[in-house]
Design a protein around this ligand. Structure first.
Ligand code: G4P
Length: 192
């Protein structure tokens, strides 16, 4: 069992609707030793990928983007921001992201000066569910003519289709923890 799995067992709560409560250690109160370990594990997974920078989306993804970037030797982190900024002119790459969890669509944006053409980009986020946030971040990489080398995820929910769809599309997705939902509504770890 890795450190994140141990934390989920110790302090997480698995709700019948398929939501994993992690606010005591991951995204509200942050266990910083765990966050550092997550960064190290994701950095190790992409050690040979020659990553130039990390791309994430606010808010919770920033924590693990930062620890991964520091473990990779202090490479830059680019944070996609939420909110409609289309009226700020054409100096932004934008993508619309539909959230299944919240049933809302938000626009994420990254300043054009923050990504350089040809950079090898690693996308980092805390959860992978339907994959909408990752698809939006990949669209931004595409607009910036960067190469989205892969995605590093803390928790993937395998009973939602994002991970499968992205892997079928050829994206290298590394998830430190994969969780499935059993027929009785409870959740379990997927061991590989
Ligand atoms: P998707 O990008 O893979 O399609 O996922 P989805 O739209 O469902 O996720 C929307 C938000 O819900 C994201 O946070 C995501 O981190 C969070 N989320 C998804 N599944 C879970 C879960 O099981 N437990 C918890 N605690 N959060 C989950 P966000 O709205 O972007 O907010 P932020 O926390 O990053 O600020």
């Amino acid at each position: 069992m890795n450190e994140l799995q141990k934390a989920i067992c110790r302090d997480g709560e698995l709700l019948p609707g398929g939501v994993i409560r992690v606010e005591r250690f991951l995204n509200h109160r942050v266990d910083t030793a765990l966050a550092r370990q997550i960064g190290q594990d994701l950095a190790d997974a992409f050690r040979d990928a020659q990553i130039d920078c990390i791309l994430t989306v606010e808010a919770s993804g920033i924590i693990f983007a930062m620890t991964t970037a520091m473990a990779m030797g202090d490479i830059p982190v680019v944070i996609a921001k939420k909110g409609n900024r289309r009226n700020l002119g054409d100096d932004m790459y934008t993508a619309d992201v539909f959230s299944f969890t919240h049933q809302t669509t938000s626009t994420i944006h990254v300043g054009k000066r923050c990504l350089e053409e040809g950079q090898r980009v690693l996308i980092i986020d805390d959860f992978l569910a339907n994959g909408e946030a990752l698809k939006g971040l990949m669209s931004i990489c595409h607009q910036a003519k960067c190469e989205a080398v892969g995605a590093g995820i803390c928790i993937e929910k395998t009973f939602q289709p994002g991970g499968k769809l992205l892997r079928e599309a050829g994206v290298q997705v590394v998830s430190l923890v994969k969780m499935d939902r059993k027929e009785d509504g409870t959740m379990c770890f997927v061991e590989e």
